[in-house]
Design a protein around this ligand. Structure first.
Ligand code: ADP
Ligand code: MG
Length: 692
């Protein structure tokens, strides 16, 4: 349960003085519905009211606070405003009001009385003026007027003053909390205590105080990251205790399969496979992410893992993000399966009627050992006899919910997620921190790096000549057509037009595949290309993910500037899969944005998926890279993963130490850490800590 010290923070904002239901609704939009939400909603700006000159000396164009005496009200006529003439003995100023009511003015600024006012000082026709001062204060009550005023992101309908006041109230409800951070860490970074940090973060005095590196803000960001890391570690730790099926894995079929493969596994593949088999034997439930750059050979590792499960008498399933990819996996694995005596079937949204029915029946009867498919696998009608392993290919294309839905189809099935999208370390730690990881670090031997060049579209004729020569040598070529924004139709038109013009050069060697085609037509185009009947495949991004034709040596990407960095890398990964030197030609328009230039430069200067991912992260930011929602990437309110990845690394180390010393979180520091988890609403993880 949430510790009592935090109760007040988790009450609704309506418990704050001056916050009624209407304001609460607006605050909920701006920050959240509880007191804590207001506390964690940090200012993004600051107004400095400390400039307090005599009028004669005052500089216009900035916020000023002035002591004045009201001299006269001059009411406006029609559309002209009311002017309140005032002075401080050294000079004169007009206070300007549009649509001000007389009574109100008389009350706020009575003639002959002194006031302290604050607002933006302007010059209008040689006169100093302030329109609608932000503050009009009776002398003696200056404490109402802050020298520095935090500015919060705006929500329509919510007056800044109201929000500020609510935040102030909220801050009075914050308790002193026991320190959860190490003293040495606090000293090293000059971080204040949590409460002091929170108070200071809401009281910036200059732009420097708003920087993420300002100690109070940095501490709060670290707290948030630490809560995230600790929660993930606890979930991971608990999973270690979660029972999975301990599969006894005979190795006969596995050895047969290894012999039947046309190549030897790379060391990386071998290590990954042993880890995976180890997981599945252990009696714990496997949740593993298998990472490997495009072309590193993840599929065969997954297949061998499936095989082990099948040999143990259970079923396995492999889920791919696209129909094209599912069918390709189907073809490869059916071929392998036949040699070894296992039954492989494919099920996608395209399978309907009798054949679908037959597959479903066979699946339930246990007559299918390995089912390969797409999202269609989630459907309720898909039932296994005994599902023990789920493989998710291109994992980042699926959400957590989808993985869970599949999990429910077996008895605590093991889960192997695969991704070629290299995930930078920071993201790995924060988004997939609850999974075990293994990476295949190398590509199969004999692969050459792909030569990548950027060429202006104006030289397309030269490119076509070059392709002609390659086709003459019997090589195969992809030609990727540009994405046209938000219009699949024009996408299609571009691909069709391009395939026509290339057909004029190369005749029947050209095949066309795009997303709008009937599935079987697309399949047959891809199959003709795979078999070598067609040698030039014009395609939209349907080939982006996972398509494998080792004979292809050239990929041309038209209007490469319209593609994302990761996408370009994925596309390029379609070549360089055999032993011949491969080429990637990025055709670019003449005028392209600076960001696009940087992307093209990044892809052409390195072949290393991790470097590209880091660059992608730098150019686009964390949320964009993985698609926040899909990837289950946590939303941080204070921390910024793009700029504070160093804090993630520190937190990770911190957490490892904490857990190593005190796995059940029993010490007094651990009690404080548990409070931290509740503070950032990691309740589930906090409860795990209690159970141990
Ligand atoms: P990815 O990791 O991108 O999914 P794939 O599994 O599609 O890669 O494999 C890429 C290509 O490399 C395939 O043609 C596959 O048959 C081949 N391959 C896989 N492992 C090896 C290996 N150890 N030696 C040689 N070729 C391999
Ligand atoms: Mg793949």
């Amino acid at each position: 349960m949430r510790p009592e010290v935090l109760f007040q923070l988790f009450h609704s904002v309506t418990t704050l003085k001056g916050v009624g239901p209407r304001v609460a609704e607006l605050i909920a939009k701006a920050a959240g519905q509880n007191v804590i939400d207001l506390c964690l909603n940090l200012p993004t700006g600051v107004i400095d009211r400390s400039y307090h000159p005599k009028i004669a000396m005052a500089e216009h164009g900035r916020i000023a606070t002035l002591d004045i005496e009201v001299l006269e009200h001059r009411y406006g006529h029609g559309r002209s405003p009311t002017r309140v003439k005032a002075s401080d003995g050294t000079g004169a100023i007009d206070l300007v009001f549009f649509h001000a009511r007389k009574e109100w003015l008389n009350k706020q600024l009575p003639v002959g009385e002194k006031r302290v006012i604050s607002g933006h000082l302007e010059k209008f026709k040689d006169r100093l003026q302030i329109s609608h001062p932000d503050y009009i204060i009776v002398p003696g009550e200056e404490k109402e007027l802050p020298n520095y005023e935090p500015v919060y992101p705006m929500t329509a309908g919510l007056a800044p003053k109201t929000l500020r006041k609510a935040v102030r109230e909220a801050l009075t409800k914050t308790p002193d909390l026991p320190e959860w951070l190490d003293r040495s860490l606090l000293e090293k970074h000059k971080w204040p205590s949590w409460k002091a940090a929170l108070t200071a973060a809401h009281a910036p005095k200059n732009l420097g105080d708003l920087e993420p590196s300002a100690p109070p803000r940095e501490r709060l960001a670290y707290d948030e990251i630490l809560a995230n890391q600790l929660a993930l570690a606890l979930i991971r730790q608990r999973r270690v205790h979660l029972k999975g099926r301990a599969l006894t894995l005979p190795n006969e079929k596995l050895s047969t399969a290894l012999d039947a493969l046309p190549f030897k596994l790379t060391n990386g593949q071998f290590v990954a496979l042993s880890e995976i088999l180890g997981d599945m034997k252990s009696g714990r439930r496997m949740q593993r992410l298998l990472q490997g750059d495009v072309g590193s050979g993840k599929t065969v590792v997954a297949f061998l893992a499936c095989l082990a499960v099948i040999e143990a008498g259970a079923q396995a399933t492999l889920m791919a993000p696209t129909d094209v990819l599912a069918r390709q996996h189907g073809r490869t694995l059916q071929m392998l399966g036949e040699k070894i005596g296992i039954r492989v079937a494919v099920l996608t949204g395209r399978d309907k009627g009798k054949s679908r029915e037959a597959t479903l029946i066979a699946l339930l009867a246990g007559e299918i050992d390995l089912l390969i498919g797409t999202h269609a696998l989630f459907q309720n009608s898909v039932n296994f006899k005994d599902l023990a392993l789920i493989v998710v290919d291109e994992q980042h294309r699926f959400g957590v919910d989808q993985r869970m839905a599949l999990s429910a189809k077996g008895l605590a099935p093991h889960m192997l997620a695969m991704t070629a999208t290299p995930i930078p370390r920071t993201l790995m730690l924060t988004a997939y921190g609850d999974m075990d990881h293994i990476a295949i670090p190398e590509k199969p031997p004999g692969r050459q790096t792909i030569k990548t060049t950027v060429t202006p579209l104006g030289r397309i004729e030269d490119v076509i000549d070059g392709i002609g020569r390659a086709l003459g040598r019997g090589e195969r070529v992809y030609w990727i057509c540009p994405l046209v924004e938000e219009s699949e139709v024009s996408d299609l038109a571009a691909a069709e037009a391009r395939s026509e013009s290339l057909r004029a050069h190369f005749g029947d060697q050209v095949a066309l595949a795009h997303g709008q085609m009937k599935a079987h037509e697309r399949d047959s185009a891809m199959a003709r290309f795979a078999s070598g009947e067609a040698r030039l495949l014009v395609a939209t991004t349907v080939v982006e993910v996972g398509v494998d034709v080792p004979e292809a040596t050239i990929i041309v990407i038209e209007h490469a500037e319209r593609f994302g960095l990761a996408q370009l890398h994925q596309l390029r990964g379609r070549v360089g899969r055999g032993e011949k030197q491969s080429f990637c030609l990025l055709l670019r328009a003449d005028r392209i944005s600076e960001a696009a230039k940087q992307r093209l430069l990044a892809v052409s200067s390195t072949d290393d998926g991790f470097k590209i991912a880091e660059e992608d992260l730098r150019l686009r930011g964390a949320g964009e890279v993985l698609g926040t929602r899909q990837s289950g990437l946590p939303q941080f309110r204070i921390a910024n993963l793009d700029t504070q990845s160093d804090l993630v690394a520190i937190a990770r180390r911190d957490v490892d130490l904490i857990i190593a010393k005190d796995p059940e979180l029993k010490s007094s520091r651990a009690q404080a850490l548990r409070t931290l988890l509740y503070l950032f609403e990691r309740d589930a993880a906090a409860r795990y800590a209690r159970v141990g």
